[in-house]
Design a protein around this ligand. Structure first.
Ligand code: APR
Length: 230
């Protein structure tokens, strides 16, 4: 691997598990407590907006009191101290990367952001968004969570594709690789010649050239130490 080559990282809910935030598909995860079609699609929001808003307001409140863990801290350190470019693309909406001091691309949006579904204005979300929450720009009562639902296009995909095409290392951290387009990133990076590594609790796909299994708070600091120490 070239010294200080460009590193592109994809993170998922497993990164925040040790910060006390539930993942989606593990035992007891969010999709065992709620049906996706009830809380995470545009149709669900049209059918029962109060249920959808309550689901995200509860997650927003929890994420606002959660703390980044050693894995978030290590990734922020990598971005700060590594000799080359480090791009972090996250599927997570919990804001813990930023709390650790990292700069990230939020492809699934963020709980801290509110979106007006009438004029597309974005602003820092209040603790609770409900049917009476007015848009600061157009004053319509049309606020929704600025989170990408199933069936919607993830954000920043052109920018992400450019990074995947120019990565020397692609690392997939704490994600089950079940949801596209994120699930296809390792294949794309590999086709452009990146060395692909998975750091997860369990193996997900055979696209990876290297795999380090275990809890993120153990595997990520060790991996970052190696990269910075090189
Ligand atoms: N350390 C490392 N990995 C972990 C840990 C941990 N402590 N705990 C769980 N994991 C791994 C699990 O083994 C699993 O592979 O994290 C992964 C979590 O997978 P999911 O729950 O499917 O979460 P994610 O991959 O982020 O989901 C992707 O699906 O529902 C949508 O929009 C939602 O962004 C989400 C997307």
């Amino acid at each position: 691997m070239t010294q200080n080559g460009k590193i592109v990282i994809l993170t998922g809910a497993g990164l925040s598990a040790e910060s006390g935030l539930a993942t989606f598909r593990d035992e007891g995860g969010l999709w065992s407590q709620h049906r996706i079609e009830d809380v995470a699609t545009p149709e669900a929001f049209a059918r029962n907006p109060d249920l959808v808003q309550a689901f995200y307001s509860a997650r927003r409140a929890q994420s606002r009191t959660a703390h980044p863990n050693a894995a978030h801290d290590a990734l922020a350190r990598l971005q700060r101290d590594y000799g080359g470019e480090v791009v972090i693309v996250t599927q997570n909406v919990d804001g813990l990367h930023e709390k650790a001091g990292a700069r990230v691309i939020h492809m699934h949006g963020a709980l801290d952001s509110a979106l007006c579904h009438r004029c597309d204005h974005r602003w820092t979300a209040p603790d609770t968004i409900d049917r009476d929450t007015a848009c600061p720009a157009c004053e319509a009562r049309s606020a929704r969570p600025d989170v990408v639902w199933f069936g919607e296009m993830p954000y920043h995909m052109d920018e992400i594709a450019e990074h995947l095409e120019t990565a020397d290392i692609f690392a997939s951290i704490g994600t089950s690789g079940q949801v596209y387009p994120a699930a296809g990133f390792s294949q794309l990076a590999s086709e452009y010649g990146a060395e692909c590594i998975e750091l997860n609790l369990e193996p997900t796909s055979n696209v990876f050239h290297q795999r380090r299994l275990g809890p993120a708070t153990r595997t990520i600091p060790a991996w970052v130490e190696e990269l910075i120490g090189r």
